[in-house]
Design a protein around this ligand. Structure first.
Ligand code: GSH
Length: 202
């Protein structure tokens, strides 16, 4: 049986998982869900109710990074997994914790009426975007001359951040980061995992 992926098109965690599965050339059954109406079969497999969830026979992988790692264990022709684990962890943890929080604050200002979006943007710059710019001024990808799972894990979140206020993002002094983002946005890999799929019903 093919693996099954429960996914949501616009979810950045699901995007990174789909990109890794595609990269590793893994055939799977795609089950597009609605976050407001999650299929019972997904909740039975993973009661925490977040996407992505990958089912491989009896194995349930319900963290996006674990799905990425599983995918590149199957096939890793371009060496996405050849990284210094400590450096990779620092980037990804920063993205998934503090930067994700700032992203949500920036994206949903109505839910955070006490916060000034420009201050949130500035915090995100200091925390994530300027360190990325520094790295990308020196090399084409975050960890050097080759793309790795770190670039792919982080890219969907930077994309989402850039889309909150594209004009404001355009003004930021981060040319190398914008180029990195544009390269990912234009990539066949990304575009191939963004096709619209009908919603799966149990
Ligand atoms: N740590 C999880 C986070 C996944 C996550 O939070 N996904 C969101 C969608 S982007 C979700 O499913 N949220 C549940 C909901 O909104 O009900 C992972 O890396 O897979």
């Amino acid at each position: 049986m093919k693996p099954i992926l429960y996914s949501y098109r616009r979810c950045p965690y699901a995007m990174r998982a789909r990109m890794a599965l595609k990269y590793a050339d893994i055939e799977y059954e795609h089950r597009e869900i609605e976050l407001r109406n999650k299929p019972q079969s997904m909740l039975d497999a993973s009661p925490k109710g977040t996407v992505p969830v990958l089912l491989v026979d009896k194995l349930v992988i319900d963290q996006s990074l674990d799905i990425m790692r599983w995918a590149i264990e199957q096939s890793d022709l371009d060496g996405w997994g050849n990284v210094d684990d400590d450096i990779a962890r620092v980037w990804i943890e920063k993205n998934d914790s503090r930067f994700k929080l700032l992203l949500d604050q920036y994206k949903y200002p109505n839910r955070h009426p006490g916060l000034d979006p420009e201050s949130v943007l500035n915090e995100a710059l200091q925390l994530m975007l300027l360190p990325m710019e520094n790295a990308l001024q020196h090399s084409q990808h975050l960890l050097g001359s080759k793309m790795t799972l770190v670039d792919v894990a982080i890219f969907p979140f930077i994309r989402q951040f850039s889309m909150v206020d594209p004009e404001r993002f355009d003004q930021l002094p981060i040319p190398a980061t914008k180029k990195w983002l544009a390269t990912h946005l234009e990539s066949e890999l990304f575009n191939s995992v963004m096709q619209k799929c009908p919603v799966w019903l149990d």
